[in-house]
Design a binder for this molecule. Structure first.
Ligand code: ADP
Ligand code: MG
Ligand code: ZN
Length: 591
């Protein structure tokens, strides 16, 4: 039965995908154009906006997948004005809704919202609008919580539907339905009843999360399997991606940030992401001591001080906000010129969302991540308890360790897209110095040495942190842990990369221990370590190199124009379409 269902869904979505939804000869096309110009005061659509708009006006259920800042809101705001009736917009964030309603009101588009903070009188007024045949209101914003918990709202919505005035249901940040998405909201599950309760009312889900897994899950939860999926490319050509080697001492690390802010990003706005509230506060303090104007933003702050910090940054009083991931959805500053990750994100999806807040105005912006091995073990204890999260973190580490492939290629692979190399246009650290020879190191002997350290530790009942393992391997730590194999001839920094590499490839695994105050990650032999004694065992790692990156001089402001024409770009494609794994697959299989 499920197989049949899946086949039907597949045929359905394939035939839907064949329609040219970007057409301009629909009966509503003229109206759409007029509203775009006169009401929204925009000249043209961005990629895929028109497809989304046409399909939803045509009554199709659809999921719109576009990167942050691509312009998803227009995909439901504009259609709302084409036909009679109300569009319900479900959105998880009150500040985001308030912003939109404010902007719509400025453009004379009648819109309202109800949230948990709306006054009782106002709520009653708004609820009555749903029953009022003569209401001018075109868009009604509501939180999923309100929908799930207010019977009155649902009753009035049913009335609205019965009167034929429920035009469309738009669900913003629709990935919140799925536990696989990065900000799961239990109340989004409730939205599953909508498609059955309001037949023939098109549902339009919008998100920046593109993985097939999440999208399938969302369709299942909303009961719109096989619906049209409209996806625009995730490439952000104006963002420059860079990994910087993070110094061991916090002092030096602050110096790097100081230089970046004082010179490279002088007079520009940005965000510095940190991994915990403590780190966020400390770093902001350090930077202030060095004369920088930075704000601090995290979840434990009162709503009013958060919004104060936000607006001081908006008005350029603060150059940067040092933030935890709590500073996220709802940032609509177009001229963010830099996003610095002081600590790695917990997944590529998170990283892409966070870094994507830069350069919404289309001008050049930089995304710089400071990475070194220790940070893995700062993040892993925070994520390991949920299934799959550790693998997501390791995906992020794979990206950081990469020194061989274009960063865009790795991002594209992650989002299951296929971008050509020309799509980068030298906008990543790997592509900016491609000519230098890549150095590879053989890890066979080192694996044996590390395996030996693990054995010694086990026989003496010693728990190994990554630092301890590193020291013993480099023959500097406690004598009883030292091995008699080959001693590494390279720097400890590279040694750290090797350990990270072995970790993400299953030669080493983390073993978490709880103390009353924290969770500690110790290291153990992983399943793949068994094969290191095999005669034909071989394992190579490409050494990442550090391209020039001037901390002391202003970042380039303009994008270089593409040298090649689009046709030439096309011709290069076939070769690139073969999947390349950025890091050599481990020889042995995980058991
Ligand atoms: P998303 O929800 O995808 O993150 P938004 O809907 O918030 O993006 O839009 C981001 C910005 O892009 C807004 O300032 C919006 O006015 C602008 N925008 C959207 N569509 C267009 C367009 N067709 N032309 C120019 N600007 C647009
Ligand atoms: Mg949005
Ligand atoms: Zn590149």
């Amino acid at each position: 039965k499920t197989l049949l269902r899946k086949t039907i869904d597949k045929i359905k979505s394939e035939s839907l995908a064949k329609v040219d939804w970007a057409g301009t000869t629909y009966e509503w096309s003229e109206d759409v154009n007029r509203v775009l110009r006169h009401t929204f005061k925009l000249n043209s659509f961005r990629p895929k906006q028109l497809s989304a708009i046409n399909s939803t006006i045509a009554g199709q259920h659809a999921l719109v997948v576009m990167p942050t800042g691509a312009g998803k809101s227009l995909c439901y705001q504009l259609p709302a004005l084409i036909k009679p009736g109300i569009t319900i917009v479900i959105s998880p964030l009150i500040s985001l809704m308030e912003d939109q309603v404010r902007l719509l009101t400025i453009r004379n588009i009648p819109a309202k919202l109800i949230t948990s903070t709306t006054s009782r009188d106002e709520t009653t007024t708004v609820l009555n609008l749903l029953k009022d045949k003569n209401t001018p209101i075109k868009l009604l914003y509501v939180t999923p919580e309100r929908l799930a918990k207010s019977k009155m709202f649902m009753a009035n919505l049913q009335k609205c539907y019965a009167d034929g005035r429920l035009q469309r249901i738009a669900i913003d940040e629709v990935h919140c339905c799925s536990q696989w998405g990065h900000d799961f909201r239990p109340d989004y599950k409730f939205l599953g009843i909508l498609s059955g309760m309001f037949p023939n009312v098109p549902i339009l889900g919008l998100t920046a999360t593109a993985t097939a897994h999440v999208l399938n899950d969302v369709q299942k939860i909303l009961n719109i399997q096989g619906c049209l999926v409209i996806k625009s490319t995730f490439n952000r050509p104006n963002l420059f991606y860079k990994i910087l080697e993070k110094p061991t001492s916090q002092e030096e690390c602050v110096t790097i940030l100081e230089k970046l802010l004082k010179f490279r990003y002088k007079g520009e706005s940005g965000i510095i992401y940190t991994n915990s509230i403590k780190e966020c506060q400390d770093l902001a303090e350090e930077l202030r001591k060095r004369g920088l104007k930075v704000g601090c933003y995290h979840a434990q702050m009162e709503a009013c001080s958060r919004s104060k910090v936000h607006s001081k940054w908006h008005d350029k009083y603060y150059q940067a906000i040092v933030a935890t991931v709590a500073f996220g959805m709802g940032i609509d500053k177009p001229d963010v010129r830099f996003i610095i990750h002081h600590t790695i994100s917990k997944s590529m999806e998170n990283y892409y969302q966070e870094s994507g807040r830069a350069g919404r105005d289309g001008k050049r912006a930089e995304c710089v991540t400071l990475f070194r091995m220790q940070d893995i073990f700062k993040v892993s204890p925070m994520v390991f308890s949920s299934a799959g999260n550790l693998d997501k973190l390791y995906g992020m580490i794979k990206y950081c360790l990469n020194g061989k492939y274009c960063r865009r290629q790795l991002i594209a692979e992650h989002f299951e897209e296929d971008w050509g190399l020309a799509d980068c246009n030298k906008m990543c650290d790997v592509c900016t110095n491609p000519c230098s020879v890549l150095k590879e190191i053989s890890l066979e002997n080192h694996c044996q040495a590390i395996s030996c350290v693990f054995d010694k530790a086990e026989s003496t009942d010693t728990k190994l942190t990554a630092q301890k393992l590193l020291s013993a391997w480099f023959l500097t730590g406690p004598v009883n842990l030292r091995h008699k194999c080959v001693e590494p001839k390279f720097s400890r920094n590279l040694g750290e990369d090797v350990i990270a590499f072995l970790l993400i490839n299953g030669y080493i695994v983390e073993d978490f221990h709880f103390t009353p105050y924290s969770t500690i990650s110790y290291l153990k032999k992983g399943p793949n370590m068994e094969s290191v004694t095999d005669v034909d065992f071989s394992l190579k790692m490409t050494v990442r190199k550090y391209s020039n990156f001037d901390l002391d001089r202003p970042a380039p402001r303009d994008l270089e124009s593409k040298e090649s024409s689009n046709d030439e770009v096309r011709q290069e494609r076939p070769e690139k379409s073969k999947k390349v794994s950025p890091i050599a697959e481990p020889k042995a299989k995980k058991s």
